[in-house]
Write a protein that binds this ligand. Structure first.
Ligand code: NAD
Length: 360
């Protein structure tokens, strides 16, 4: 029997291409440390809708429930854009987050030194960048009730979204922020909009309470507009950022672009038990799907996160990250990170090179 059961949900578009590479790298790195995996694949997103009429079939949810972790690709594409909300491919990932209560979304932004010139910011601003955004993922304005668009009069409609957080919801995500900071650079920036929102006033009060349990972590409070500015001005000042759902959605995308390409960044969505879904930050990239042009590194880095956060195997995680660095140092580049003089490769060749190094 294998040591760990991993559910593999490649999804649509390049999700299928990059997940295959991430799975192969995970298997090779595990093998090097004597750890075995049983991988089981299931449908999610548009491909699931085409096959079953649902973006997240019950079989897929059951497989995830019976697994230690989920390796997820990406879902969606123009083919399914006209479907209703509950039929759309994106519904699969939202449902998984709610089904497994994946309240903590971890998005690291790491600058690999060989890619420092691929960033849109100056090399000196981003060299050495290594920050982690911890985003609340199941509450706030994306899920609060009441919501909807209502008819006010014959020629007027009104839209309502509700931002709502309770103290337990804030406490558990802020605590994850502190725990991550404790494992890293011991600095936590809690991002809110305390000057305007009652939600943020409560958030800040709870963050101060939780801070008492972490006396060696330096906590700062940053208003979200300032946080956006600081991320572009001086991103190296940040270690861990913790914030609510919508602010985290926006800030983590900004942070990811500091590193040059969205094709480099993995993410984790975790619940209180450490169960998690690991997926690249990017989508299905319909413009390059099926052409062996996708960068598999984001998916591979997600597999490294799986080892670190669910399996608690830092050694395997570090072996995977080191293998990515080696492939980049050798000059391999997919089109999204290619610069003159470097070796242009496809998704498969990049994946195979990382796999070779990860396997030792
Ligand atoms: P996208 O991330 O798919 O693509 C944005 C741009 O980045 C494109 O030019 C694409 O070619 C490029 N890109 C993305 N990943 C890349 C990679 N690994 N290597 C090289 N280049 C890469 O975002 P989009 O175009 O806004 O969305 C396309 C579809 O993906 C939509 O249907 C959207 O809903 C879906 N989507 C899904 C997820 C998810 O499954 N979690 C996340 C974002 C978007």
């Amino acid at each position: 029997m294998a040591d760990y059961k991993i559910a593999v949900l490649p999804g649509d578009g390049i999700g299928q291409e990059v997940t295959a590479q991430a799975q192969a790298v995970l298997e090779a790195a595990g093998g090097r440390f004597g750890v075995s995996f049983e991988f089981s694949e299931a449908l999610a997103g548009g491909s699931a809708y085409d096959a079953t009429g649902e973006p997240l079939p019950a079989d897929t949810i059951n497989l995830c429930r019976a697994s230690d972790a989920v390796l997820f690709g990406a879902v969606g594409g123009p083919k399914w854009d006209g479907l209703s909300r509950a039929e759309r491919p994106e519904y699969a990932i939202l449902t998984l987050r709610q089904e497994f209560n994946l309240f903590a979304n971890l998005r690291p932004a790491v600058m690999f030194d060989p890619l420092v010139d691929a960033s849109s910011l100056k090399a000196d601003v981003v060299r050495g960048l290594d920050l982690l955004v911890v985003r609340e993922g199941v509450g706030g304005i994306y899920f609060g009730q009441p919501r909807g668009i209502e008819q006010v009069s014959a020629d007027e409609e009104r839209a309502i979204d509700t931002m709502v957080y309770s103290t337990p919801e804030i406490r558990r995500i802020v605590r994850v922020g502190f725990e991550m900071a404790a494992l890293r650079g011991k600095k936590l920036a809690s991002v809110d909009k305390e000057n305007v929102l009652d939600n943020s006033r409560l958030w800040r009060r709870v963050a101060e309470e939780v801070a008492k349990d972490f006396p060696d972590i330096a906590l700062s409070h940053v208003l979200v507009d300032n946080a956006a500015m600081q991320l572009i001005r001086d991103p190296l000042q940040f270690d861990v950022i913790v914030t609510e759902n919508m602010f985290g959605d926006i800030l983590s995308d900004a942070a990811s672009m500091l590193t040059g390409s969205i094709g480099m960044l993995g993410s984790a969505s975790l619940n209180e038990k450490g169960f998690g879904i690991y997926e690249p930050v990017h989508g299905t990239a319909p413009d390059i799907a099926g052409q062996d042009k996708a960068n598999p590194i984001a998916a591979i880095m997600s597999a490294a996160m799986l080892c670190r956060y669910t399996l608690k195997r830092t050694d395997i995680a570090e072996a995977i990250e080191a293998a990515v660095s080696k492939a980049l140092e050798e000059g391999l580049r997919t089109p999204d990170i290619h610069t003159p003089g470097m070796k242009l490769v496809g998704c498969v060749e990049m994946g195979e090179c990382v796999k070779r190094h990860a396997g030792g």
